[in-house]
Ligand binder design. Sequence first.
Ligand SMILES: [Zn+2]
Length: 784
Amino acid sequence: MRRTIASVFLFVLLLSSVSLRTSQGTSSRLAVWAAIPTPEEVLGFVPGDDRKLASWNQIVEYFERLDQSSDRVKFETLGQTSMNKPFVMATISSPANLANLEEYKQIQSQLADPRKLGAPGVRDRKAAELIKRGKTIVLITCGIHSTEVGSYLSSTLIAHRLASANDPEIQSILDNTIVLLVPSLNPDGVDIVKNWYDKTLGTPYEGTDPPELYHKYTGHDNNRDWYAFTQVETQLTVDKIHNVWHPQIVHDIHQQGAFGSRLFLPPYMAPVEPNVPRQIVEGYTQLGEWMSGELRAKGFEGITTNSTYDAWTPARAYSHYHGGVRILSETASAKIASPITLKFEELRSREGYDPQKEGPNFGPVWRGGEWKLRDITKYMTSVAFLLLKHSAEYRVQWLRRFYGIGKDAVRPRRAGELYGFLIKPSGACDAMFFKILQRGGVEYSPLPDATILVRMDQPYGGFAKALFETQQYPNLRDETGHPIQPYDVTAHTLPLLIGTRVEPVKAPYRQRLDKETLKTAASLNNCRPPASQPIVPALYRAAMPAYDEGWTRWLFEQSSYAYRTLTETELRKGITTFQVAPSLTTKFYVILFPDQPPRNIFEGYRAGTMPPELTGGLGEDGVKQLRAFIVQGGTVVFLNRASEFAIDQLKLPLRNVVGGLPRTEFYVPGTILRLQLDTTHPIAKDMPQETVAWAENSPVFEVAENPKGDVPAANVRIVGRYPEDKDPLLSGWLLGGDRIKGKAALVEVAMGKGRVILFGFRPQYRAQSVATYPLLFNSLATNP
Ligand SMILES: [Zn+2]
């Protein structure tokens, strides 16, 4: 807005002057801004057309053109992505509202934190005044998962209608809401997916996912970062949108698999994390049910609510702890931008519904047939406009609810209630801990004895509590007694993951507070790998992308830890003459296999599913090379599921004691376990005797002679094991814990002149399990 060159401005003014003066009236045909471009005019196709994707440059250009031509759109670049593309947002509202954005931010800030309204006695009255004047702030986020292409394309359709239409519904939305529209939370992925899609268009591989992570480091895990805040895209969204605007409603637009419902909307299925305020649950339930009702009335089919997606982890829902409902929508996918045809019999059940049967939380039944990008954009834009309609019509209710959340949060705690938490700085990685609190808006104060107090009576005390507590995940079973699969992991206890000591304290609590609040904890930072690095490891990269490979790369790069990528193809060819780095030539060194299914390593993409050069996995040839490398003196480290590949293919004298067990017998879907270490071993150097293990579909080891192998059981040394005499569970959900008592979770196996190190857990899980980073770095650095 207001940065067009003069001639364009005049042109716009001439063409639109009629509409400017009559836009409130009935002359809707006249009141179209002639110069407001349609998406088609800029992209060259109508978003939703089969086999057409836009590049990120085109999307940015479209929004720039809207900004130049519409006084309802303000477009800005908030920062740079991981791969240096512009990370952008459009603010869309009535011209009058756009002229007063600072005032609306102030209103939001005061309603979010009622302490700013003065003494408790006057707050309700002042809040009522602000609620009269305020607007519903709606954040719409698209495209975090880049293969879910419908939403970033739909963002142009949503923006165009808001910028150009003059019907009463749009007028009401513009007057009563401020829409913050993020066309993509992962701009890098827009081009990664488009480039691959265009390259394979018209080939047998059209519509396949690209053979690389669509976020440079995290791939699909990029929406599991909403409390650890490790990635720049998360940081920009939190710092420059959430914490500035405190949106009441966050509409996060996704796509799900092709074979289930056509659309999921909240409410979420159980469990809801206990620190999500009741008003948030009430808000997403009311809005989700209203929208699904409206959609059904309009003839949309295949809609489910209260299924598949739970509200357990804060990793996916920043807003649930910051005053805003998260309205996740999940529309069924096609094959990227290529249509598919589904038979009714092919539709498959997911948690909580059967798409072939109408039920209380599913219907009406979709009978199958063609499903294409246009269907996806139609569902997405319809949901978005219903959501905006509700936001506008129930503006007062949304603002009251928002104020109510803030008011509950800051109320004084009664005797016997949780007053707060005491943090005892000592851990190596406390700085990361405090950075997370700062970014999440949590206030903390140092006490004279150097402990740090986090009080509950503050706007985001609940966020801190959710991260500090251990998680008691409910033992949910379906009618057959089978455990109901959590949507994501079940634990997020930061003090355990980071190794920081935190204690709850009850009210009343009296302690003299230092006046000065701790502003930065940077000086505490020593959470780094060893300064001297004797060996440069090679990080294995399979043709089939693995999130853990990306997270590991991120960790190495953040830590300035030298590494080299070793591809599947390179390893298949042989590695004895391999150079680790230009300055460091060595015959024997270390290879790290990140967590990924053993099958993805060994078999990789199956023949015919991807271009031939990408198929076949490591195969027998690769295994032979790997074995030769170890026997001649190399070290290979396998993380979590990759350890199963090592046991099978290298025929190690180990058995996975939980391998093949049904979930009713053993289940560890993302859980923090208790691990005991042999600290005399170099891998456990400088570690405490008891630490954590992030277990997620993890193997658990038992030493057993392998009749097929030539490595004796005596070659195994156990470095870490689950306790014999204590519950292995620390936080989250674990079924069958007795089975793993006393069993090994970290072992070293001597083999020829070299060795293999197997982790039965993820020591650097999503760049969060900081407490166990030393185990990883030690295993990469020590020579046999
Ligand atoms: Zn998604």
